[in-house]
Design a protein around this ligand. Structure first.
Ligand code: HSE
Length: 437
């Protein structure tokens, strides 16, 4: 049977990796898919031809719309990234009856509802495994492997760049900017690296995971997002002394009141497997009611790990080319007319425990004032640590771990503590999760 003709948008890090994997493993992939898979046309403005093998077999154009309008092409792989023109290109490809494979988490998180509706109407597939956690088949694991379960919660390290930065800062004492520059050179970081360090990339991915886990529409605008830029080396060290690691987590949880969707630095006990996931590696912990806790681990960014997921999606689409479009695996795991409108909880309604660090005057009565405020707000303290002041320094660092409390109460307590004359500067607050199965 003739090879399936594929069009590729983007020949950057992941695009180049995709061509290389498809070229190197062509025979093995054809045995799996049942047909050969051939990229016949690619669109790119800039690319490193020497790093891509098999490029001579591909017609390269700088007009991405020429690829999505090419009648010979059955599958379009979108690896341009970003919201636009990716959205227009993908919608045009769908309109032309082509299947789409994308690694674009921003696109799916922001415009996925529209894109899936268009794909449903046209009877084509939009596959996006590479959009979340790089090479880890986490979409397939939740959507298909855990289809028997009610998913209770999930928590993941889903930005490789951020995890690489936190790991290097902790283990080698390196500076934030220096590690970020290395992540960019290695092709891990987004075109705009603030997406990585401010948590936007992780929020895109968490939005997608939440929909697949709970059967809700994609709601990126309701995902609470906090990055890693405020984390100081002293917090990493203090957390370590208390038996915790700071990880940038995406957390989604189904509660009686609604769905929590939040991305923020989090203290987790260092004995948890996920606390020991370092560098560019990602890991996602998923708790299902039947299976219990499950953990998925692998490279979260980089050319070939991401290409691994892209090519697997292409293989899936090729295998399904002849199946009934009404009976394909639903894009968001649940049938499109069965998504639920469960409320997404605001952060004030989320309950967690906290790590607090504050600079206080080293004098009688200060600790009593602070613990009084916490008690007034119904906050119970789990541990207190006071760091010895440097010689002649009238200030000391006070570190506290609290039991679980509603965020609204903690906000009130922090505002009152920061107003005390004996407290200098803002209180550093990092949420904690035990991640107990
Ligand atoms: N910038 C992303 C990361 C790439 O570092 O995880 C993979 O999505």
């Amino acid at each position: 049977m003739e090879a399936v003709k594929v069009g590729l948008l983007g020949l950057g890090t992941v695009g180049g990796g995709t061509v290389n994997v498809l070229t190197r493993n062509a025979a093995e992939i054809a045995r799996r898919a049942g047909r050969g898979i051939r990229i016949t046309q690619a669109a790119a403005r800039e690319y490193n031809a020497e790093a891509i093998s098999g490029l001579e077999q591909i017609e390269v154009t700088d007009d991405a719309f020429a690829v999505v309008n090419n009648p010979e092409i059955e599958i379009v792989i979108e690896l341009i990234g970003g919201y636009s023109p990716a959205r227009e290109l993908v919608l045009q490809a769908i309109e032309n009856g082509k299947h789409v494979v994308t690694a674009n988490k921003a696109l799916i998180a922001m415009h996925g509802n529209e894109i899936f509706a268009a794909a449903q109407a046209k009877g084509v597939t939009v596959a996006f495994e590479a959009a979340v956690a790089g090479g880890i088949p986490i979409i397939k694991a939740i959507r298909e492997g855990l289809a028997a379960n009610r998913i209770e919660w999930l928590a993941g390290i889903i930005n490789g760049t951020g995890n690489f930065i936190l790991s290097e800062m902790r283990d080698k004492g390196r500076d934030f900017e220096d590690v970020l520059a290395e992540a960019q050179a290695l092709g891990y970081a987004e075109a705009d690296p603030t997406f990585d360090v401010e948590g936007i990339d992780a929020a895109h991915k968490l939005t997608i995971l939440s929909s697949i886990a709970f059967g809700i529409p994609l709601q990126f605008d309701k995902t609470y997002t906090e990055g890693i830029t405020r984390i100081e080396r002293q917090d990493v060290a203090f957390a370590g002394e208390l038996g915790y690691r700071i990880k940038h987590l995406g957390i989604a949880r189904k509660t009686d009141k609604g769905i929590e969707m939040r991305v923020h630095p989090t203290l987790i006990p260092e004995r948890r497997l996920i606390a020991n996931v370092d560098g560019v590696m990602n890991a996602v912990l998923v708790k299902g009611d039947a299976v219990g806790p499950t953990l998925y681990y692998g490279a979260g960014a980089g050319a070939e790990p991401t290409a691994s997921a892209v090519v697997a999606d292409v293989v899936d689409v090729v295998r399904a080319l002849t199946t009934d479009p009404e009976n394909r695996v639903p894009h968001l795991a649940f049938q499109p007319n069965k998504l639920s409108d469960l409320p997404i909880l605001g952060m004030a309604d989320v309950e967690t425990s906290y790590y607090l660090r504050m600079q206080v005057a080293d004098k009688l009565g200060v600790m009593a004032e602070i613990t009084r405020i916490l008690a007034d707000c119904g906050i119970s303290i789990e541990a207190i640590k006071q760091k010895e002041p440097a010689e002649g320094d009238p200030q000391v660092s006070l570190i506290m771990l609290t039991h679980e409390v509603l965020e609204r109460r903690m906000n009130e307590a922090i505002a009152r503590i920061e107003a005390l004359p004996s407290v200098t500067g803002p209180v550093m607050r990092i949420r904690m999760e035990t991640l107990e199965g």
